[in-house]
Design a binder for this molecule. Sequence first.
Ligand SMILES: [Zn+2]
Length: 261
Amino acid sequence: MNSNSYFDIGANLTHESFDKDLITVIKEAKQNNVKKICITSTSIEDTKVSLKLLENDQNFFITTCGIHPHNADTFEESNIDEIKNLSEHPSVKAIGETGLDFNRNYSKKENQILCFKSQIGVAQDLNLPLFLHQREAHKDFMDCFKNIDLKVNAVVHCFTGEKEEFYEYLDRGFWIGFTGWICDPVRGKHMIDLIANMPLERIMIETDSPYLLPKNLEIKGRRNEPKFIVEVAKKIATLQNKSLEEITQIFFENSQKFFNL
Ligand SMILES: [Zn+2]
């Protein structure tokens, strides 16, 4: 009987909230059957920090390289070469986070779109998957893929939308990442029926640590950590009426396939 193995496809471990005790966080993740973590990057600088962080544990960590829509105002043409150079590192397994965020609008819309489209091009050139972020920008987000023959895997991480969006993504060939958002009885309520009936072939799970601590844990004010990934798996297993072992194995295999590991 295999023990459950978890693959957290998105954790922001370079976040300052992990500065003091990252070693403990990683140790506890491993004790809780987390076997792989993808450290998500939000900027060029962030990728460099991330690569340093994973230096001594390259079997356990992978990372992404790219510019988050929040940072799109800082984007310059020269960043494309920087992303390409950094992505030569064997631990860089995806381009991102990239996408559009019209919820916060920390960067101008036109800059977000330019930065996003450039990174779709980079991913295609390098044959690396895309790690995508979309908030309140679904239509423009899909428009960025118009007339593009996408040859690489792409995951829309932290899915929180409606059924129509979900199936539009699947129809476009995208993969979907779920976070602890779905464990929130209020904010996750609209997704219950969708999750119960969705096909699992292109579904993966993530914590998005330190954000989105699963609400059912009732650890007030505490940051999220990769060890809590089990909560996301449990929620989906219950709704899909499957065992935790079965669902966990599916997600782990999906993740390996997605990142071409
Ligand atoms: Zn994101």
